[in-house]
Write a protein that binds this ligand. Structure first.
Ligand code: P53
Length: 485
């Protein structure tokens, strides 16, 4: 049996859920200049170039310092309205309460609190908004689980301060954290510093132009230091705070028992995920990264106390997302190259979702065990789920049995990890518990929720909420503490 305090709930993020992008004194974030896309069409950022023409670039394209982020009035940007949690939070939290949620994972939009990221004083209207949200949760006994930074940053810091490349951004971030820890003391106990820290890459998340490997590692160092300082500060302000990391647990398998495949998978596991969790859970850079940086001639500029800060800022728990697994191969004809000689291929044993994500419930049990064995820290599954197209049937209902089946199979494996393997697990919050904008594609039609939101990919729709079949199913799962699946 799962413990009676097991935190069942759901997860969201401000830039995909909240909307109200120019209300309540909020400043612009990098995510606000990002367009929608699809499985085959990448999301792009809008910039004005040296001739004042608007151009669209993907995160991974070369973004010159001469390009200035702009909003193109003719374009639709999904984050602006998203699904308008900003004006629907009471209704949405009531729906979560109806499902029996014990917790609700959400993120705070940095620019709602500090519109430029580095303002002298915080924006009271923004602070008040989240306070109201937390009070609304607590009214129903729902524990807020807060991601401090989820896939965006203040546009001002990206445009004027070189984002996370600048050491100053640590100071601004810590000031933001201090404001949150003080203001929400007694209301929020569970925090995570950076969402999917191992997936932060280009302009949206790091706010950096003309990216190079050297810049990437320097920015990540600043983020590690910022996170470690946040952990220490959070503990100082309130010893009841639990401050976690958040890792995309990209599970990989070697394609064969050829030792070359096994060795490459080890390399991939470290590069794609364990580098990040090793730093945040153990408090120092692993030797395999230090050696690699030396070989690549990358030198991270550190300040004197940085090693000490990392050592004293280990996280209390590991929040992680788990959606699928991948297969690492040394074969030349691999389907996808991830750079550094790491390539992925198809897994013939697994079915795929409509967005080509393999479905692998056993991989969740494996992930839980890998993380538990490596760190012996409490784990929290803070994202899992199936992105799928939902249709409203003639009877006015949404029969999402495919989603129920995905979640059910994953919960079965999660329970085995706890009950048979003895993994310490805090809770389970499936992604996008109320339909929201996809991070990868910016689409609405890639839905994860128990609640359907009437909104399409171009932002048209009544925003009306409908309970799907999975809503009633999840309600039963929570009520029985995972026994009735
Ligand atoms: P979407 C890629 C791979 C694994 C997790 O993703 C990812 C991504 C980014 O697309 O992100 C997490 O919406 C992320 C959420 C995101 C969710 O997975 O692309 O933390 O913000 O929405 C699902 O289907």
């Amino acid at each position: 049996m799962l413990s009676k305090d097991f935190l069942w709930g759901g997860a969201t993020a401000a830039n995909q859920y909240e909307g109200g992008y120019n209300e309540g004194g909020r400043g612009l974030a990098t995510s606000d200049t990002k367009t929608n896309g699809s499985l085959t069409r990448k999301r792009k950022h809008s910039f004005s170039n040296e001739n004042n023409e608007i151009i669209y670039l993907n995160e991974k394209d070369f973004i010159s310092y001469q390009y200035k982020a702009v909003i193109d009035e003719k374009m639709y940007y999904p984050s602006h309205k998203a699904v308008d949690f900003y004006h629907h939070y009471k209704e949405d939290i009531a729906l979560m309460a109806e499902m029996g949620f014990k917790c609700f994972r959400m993120s705070i939009s940095w620019t709602r609190i500090f519109p430029h990221g580095n303002d002298e004083t915080p924006n009271e209207e923004g602070l008040k908004f989240y306070e109201d949200v937390f009070d609304e949760c607590l009214k129903y006994g729902i524990e807020p689980v807060v991601t401090i930074n989820h896939f965006d940053m203040p546009l001002y810091l990206a445009e004027h301060k070189d984002g996370w490349l600048s050491r100053d951004t640590i100071t601004y971030f810590i000031n933001y954290c201090e404001t949150l820890f003080n203001r929400y003391m007694g209301k929020v106990k569970y925090w995570m510093t950076f969402n999917e820290i191992n997936l932060l890459r280009g302009y949206t998340t790091l706010g950096i132009k003309e990216m190079t490997p050297q810049k990437y590692y320097q920015a990540m160092h600043h983020i590690f230091v910022a996170s470690a300082l946040a952990v220490q500060l959070g503990h100082q302000i309130d010893s009841n705070n639990h401050i976690g990391m958040m890792l995309a647990h990209i599970l990989t398998y070697p394609e064969s028992c050829n030792p070359l495949d096994i060795a490459l998978e080890l390399k991939a596991s470290r590069a794609l995920k364990y580098f990040f969790s090793d730093v945040q859970c153990r408090g120092y850079y692993p030797s395999y990264v230090l050696q690699q940086l030396k070989h690549k001639n990358i030198e991270i500029i550190k300040e004197e106390n940085d090693d000490e800060i990392l050592k004293n800022g280990c996280v209390d728990y590991i929040g992680f997302s788990y959606y699928n697994s991948g297969v690492i191969t040394t074969r030349e004809d691999a389907t996808q190259s991830l750079g550094n000689g790491i390539s992925l291929t198809h897994n013939p044993y697994l079915q795929e979702s409509e967005w080509k994500w393999p479905i692998d419930p056993i991989g969740l049990r494996i992930s839980l065990n890998l993380l538990w064995d490596r760190y012996q820290k409490p784990l929290f599954i803070v994202e899992n789920g199936l992105g799928a197209v939902d249709e409203i049937s003639e009877d006015g209902k949404i029969h999402d049995d495919y989603r129920i089946s995905y979640l059910k199979d994953h919960i079965i494996e999660m329970k085995k990890a706890v009950e048979e393997d003895g993994v310490d697990l805090i809770g389970y919050t499936p992604w996008g518990c109320i339909d929201l904008v996809s991070a990868g594609t910016g689409e609405m039609k890639k839905r994860y929720g128990f609640v359907y939101v009437d909104m399409d990919d171009e932002g048209h729709g009544s925003l009306k909420r409908y309970r799907k079949d999975s809503f009633y199913w999840y309600q039963k799962v929570i009520q029985s503490n995972g026994e009735d699946l």
